[in-house]
Design a protein around this ligand. Structure first.
Ligand SMILES: Nc1nc2c(c(=O)[nH]1)N[C@H]1C(S)=C(S)[C@@H](COP(=O)(O)O)O[C@H]1N2
Ligand SMILES: [Mo]
Length: 194
């Protein structure tokens, strides 16, 4: 299969390949984050709440994931190489209570996005601190961002600072504005009702 047609098959309906460009998209300003004061918190429906410093987070085992990224505004960027900590690895460090069915990702300064738990159990979901061989730039969510390749990119919270486990679904920032609770690009789950 030649690369062009191979790539075409990886671009979901209604999307276009931006080639190697990497657009920057978010609401508000890029937050200034002091790594000394940075914290990552696991809370909600967990047996014991966890709070990690930057050094503690960096000591967790590292994975590399190559994944495509699909923004609901119709751009797709193929083959992003992300390095960081697998979502599943993070979950090993506390007991998730059985009634936890959804997660809310919390980001600096006050962004949120929600997902069903099955969506983050995939091996390609991670907290990334490197992108395409370089430290993740603050424009793109550095020092740490969530990456959920199989959902539209608004679910990949930049500047992530914690995960809340929830018994019921609750809309995050863009979801409150009408974006889809699930956000699967292959089903074109763009807005509520799609
Ligand atoms: N904290 C935060 N994360 C965010 C957003 C945001 O507004 N705030 N926007 C999302 C959207 S809509 C997209 S398309 C991607 C864009 O990531 P990029 O700027 O690295 O391309 O970030 C997502 N993560
Ligand atoms: Mo987006």
């Amino acid at each position: 299969m030649d690369t062009k047609s191979g790539n075409k098959a990886r671009v979901p309906p209604g999307q276009r390949d931006v080639e190697r460009k990497f657009p920057v998209l978010h609401a508000g300003e890029v937050p200034v984050i002091d790594l000394e004061r940075w914290r990552f918190r696991i809370f909600g429906r967990v047996k014991n709440e966890v709070i990690w410093t930057w050094d503690e987070f960096m000591s967790l085992p590292k994975v590399t994931v190559c994944a495509d990224m699909h923004c609901v505004t119709t751009w797709t960027r193929l083959d992003n190489v992300w390095e960081g900590v697998a979502f599943k690895e993070m979950m090993k460090h506390t007991e998730i209570l059985p009634d936890a069915k959804f997660i809310m990702a919390h980001a600096y300064p006050n962004f949120t996005t929600n997902l069903p738990i099955e969506a983050v159990l995939d091996d390609d979901v991670l907290f990334a601190y490197r992108h395409d061989g370089k430290p993740l730039e603050s424009d793109h969510g550095g020092p740490l961002r969530l990456v959920v390749p199989k959902r539209y990119a608004w679910k990949s919270a930049k500047w992530v600072r914690g995960i809340e486990f929830m018994p019921a679904d609750r809309p995050g920032f863009w979801e409150q504005m009408g974006y889809h609770m699930s956000g699967d690009p292959w089903k074109e789950e763009r807005m509520w009702g799609d």
